[in-house]
Design a protein around this ligand. Structure first.
Ligand code: HEM
Ligand code: HEM
Length: 155
């Protein structure tokens, strides 16, 4: 993984995760009683827009990392960080697809089901990301990590 890939990923995960957590909090716990009954929090729409704008940056960063990190690490078979890495990789598709499903389905029951799926997989992603970083910090840096993108430097 190159320095650019690593930092794009960290920053995109941080901004998508933070905006997503705040948006979810305001959406489900931020309602207020206004003049005409229950109203959304005034910042909810802003957080929703920021989350929807930050999310593609994470998807781009993940795309880079699949080629430069996930596939080489999958093939290299090193034990440390492997379980958390594989778990993280498996969560990506349901997390991303359920997010877009939330926006495109019309039936309220399906919207709620995909919102749950997105919420749960996103929390698992954030927890898995933390565990994977912890495992990575405990590893001696591999040749791949030191050299950058192994897929561009096959040995
Ligand atoms: C990284 C952790 C993430 C967290 C904590 C998070 C959190 C949330 C929450 C709480 C919602 C509201 C769901 C609902 O309507 O009840 C949401 C919606 C959404 N998220 Fe995420 N999300 C994350 C990652 C992503 C990713 C990777 C994408 C990329 C595709 C994404 C795209 C979206 C979209 C498009 C919506 C629908 C917005 C709407 O129309 O309401 N999120 N997210
Ligand atoms: C098959 C799946 C995966 C495996 C086997 C794996 C394995 C590893 C290992 C062994 C390390 C320790 C550093 C090294 O030796 O290079 C590491 C670091 C890291 N992994 Fe993964 N990983 C996987 C998937 C992922 C995914 C899906 C992500 C992102 C969502 C990710 C993000 C990272 C990051 C950011 C680091 C720290 C990189 C650095 O500081 O150079 N990994 N991974």
């Amino acid at each position: 993984m190159t320095t650019l890939e690593r930092w794009s990923l960290h920053l995109a995960a941080l901004s998508t995760g933070a905006t997503g957590l705040l948006y979810g909090w305001l959406r489900y716990y931020g309602q207020r009683v206004g003049e005409f009954g229950l109203e959304s929090h005034p910042l909810q729409a802003t957080l929703q827009h920021l989350h929807v704008l930050a999310a593609p940056l994470l998807v781009f960063a993940l795309g880079m990392v699949v080629r430069g990190h996930v596939l080489p690490m999958w093939r290299n078979g090193k034990a440390g960080g492997r379980r958390s890495g594989v778990a993280l990789a498996l969560i990506l598709a349901p997390m991303v697809l359920s997010a877009y499903a939330v926006q495109v389905v019309v039936e309220p029951g399906w919207r709620l089901a995909f919102a749950w799926l997105h919420g749960v997989t996103s929390l698992l992603f954030l927890a898995g990301y933390g565990v994977h970083q912890w495992m990575a910090l405990r590893q001696p840096r591999s040749a791949e990590a030191l050299e950058g993108d192994v897929s561009l430097n096959p040995s």
